[in-house]
Design a protein around this ligand. Structure first.
Ligand code: SF4
Length: 444
């Protein structure tokens, strides 16, 4: 295994594989497809996770392709002190000439010697590390014995086999749950907001939730690995992201209970999300209405301006981020957009119950993907805007369709009242750009 390499920007690895998850038992008709998929793998999550947990380092144990993928997703960045990198599995490891475990230990020791600021190290598995059956959980245990209490070492898989890109965050957070301290049994009820949020959004939500009357409040993941939230039977979990099924399961095994709620996108989603949290703590919706009134009014006004650009326009979602259903609900109900097809990689009906109920009757949902068939459906619908992965966006643009990269919706601050108009703007901008291009072409 070669040393930790500074990662360079080149083309990443986009995987095609079968979708195999089953949906739940809701009555909403869903087109389920198993075929070629076009998605990024879970390594992509490192891009926003490393910004959030500010004393953590993500060491991908993978190939040059993995290194190129995360650098491509991160954009061209050369850091003085990067907080993610790739330990390259090379031919000597693959041929068994070198012991990959010894090599990994050597790389980790060198990294931690050089970087005393690292307090949590994630060993992130990849397709190559899984193919050679490198046991990163044993490596994490072995290295933890050496480096605790200075550095906590945790492993998870970001492999592209059978995953989509937001599952990287789910796998990371689920791996962290066993590390969370136990809340005292006699502790009063506390709220745990789960899902990676930009600090600015987290601060806004914290202000609202505290003003509503929820004093005991923590966010997961935290900004520092030294402030992991406690969890126990009195913990109430409020999801900020819809793609955290494994994390919720792990938290429930620790006794926590999920609060059923829609997701905080747009004015309506954010209000209902706060109301669900308030109700779980015996606080009336009137308190939420009073506390949030100024922010709601500002956001509603800002959305009115965006509605002029989006009302009546049609949108087609390819399955990618797992944010598709909450976003479709927001675009349809608050901006008047027409939903042609809403694709999602996996449909977690329990976590999306309120969102599904808010979709217009007869919305075409699809789960999984058979990309060629879905492309044909998309072309036949000729939507005004297509939300899809990077791999599909360029060919569709070349065909004259307007696209929005799904990954941008995960990178950008889009939750809550103050970001509602920014979220709408992410859809309005490509439409404006297309209209300008059409005007210029007509003038030339
Ligand atoms: S983990 Fe797999 S899918 Fe992801 S970049 Fe590496 S080889 Fe490609």
């Amino acid at each position: 295994m070669s040393a930790v390499i500074p990662i360079r920007a080149e083309a990443g690895c986009k995987v095609g594989h079968d979708a195999g998850h089953q949906a739940g038992h809701d009555a909403t008709p869903v087109l389920r497809e198993r075929g070629q998929r076009e998605v990024f793998c879970g390594l992509t999550g490192i891009i926003w996770l490393h910004r959030k947990i500010q004393d953590a380092f993500f060491l991908v144990v993978g190939s040059r392709t993995c290194a190129h993928l995360i650098q491509s997703a991160a954009g061209v960045m050369i850091f003085a002190e990067p907080r993610f990198a790739t330990a390259i599995i090379d031919e000597r490891d693959l041929a068994g000439i070198a012991d990959a475990n010894d090599e990994l230990d050597r790389v980790v020791r060198r990294l931690l010697e050089r970087r005393p600021d690292i307090k949590m190290l994630f060993l992130v598995g990849s397709c190559p590390s899984e193919v050679i059956k490198l046991d990163l959980s044993r490596a994490a245990q072995r290295l933890s014995r050496e480096f605790l209490p200075q550095v906590r070492i945790v492993n998870y898989s970001g492999s592209g086999i059978e995953t989509t890109f937001t599952q990287g965050e789910d796998a990371c957070l689920a791996a962290l749950v066993p590390e969370l301290p136990a809340a005292p049994v006699e502790a009063s009820a506390s709220l745990l907001v789960v899902g990676c949020l930009p600090d600015v959004v987290e601060d806004q939500f914290a202000r609202h939730l505290r003003a509503i009357g929820i004093a005991d409040l923590q966010f997961f993941p935290p900004r520092s690995s030294r402030s992991l939230p406690a969890v126990g039977p009195n913990t109430r979990v409020l999801l900020a992201q819809p793609f955290l099924g494994d994390t919720v399961r792990a938290l429930e095994q620790r006794g926590a209970r999920r609060i059923a709620a829609p997701f905080p996108f747009g004015v309506e989603g954010t209000t209902a999300w706060l109301e669900a949290a308030a109700a779980a703590f015996g606080i009336e919706a009137a308190s939420v209405a009073r506390v949030t009134q100024p922010a709601r009014e500002r956001a509603t006004k800002a959305l009115q301006r965006q509605r002029a650009a989006l009302d009546g326009r049609s949108v087609f979602f390819f399955p990618d981020s797992q944010l598709e259903i909450p976003l479709a609900r927001f675009l349809s109900r608050e901006l008047g957009m027409r939903l042609t097809e809403v694709g999602t990689p996996y449909l977690h009906r329990e976590h999306l119950r309120q969102e599904l109920a808010w979709l217009p009757a007869g919305t075409q949902l699809s789960e999984g993907q058979d990309v060629e068939k879905q492309l044909d459906r998309c072309r036949a619908q000729a939507p005004d805007i297509v939300v899809c992965g990077l791999g599909l966006a360029n060919p569709l643009e070349a065909e004259g369709l307007t696209t929005k990269w799904a990954i941008e919706l995960v990178f950008s601050p889009v939750h809550g009242y103050e970001q509602a108009a920014d979220l709408a703007e992410l859809f309005a901008r490509p439409l404006r750009r297309r209209a300008l291009l059409a005007t210029e072409t007509a003038c030339n």
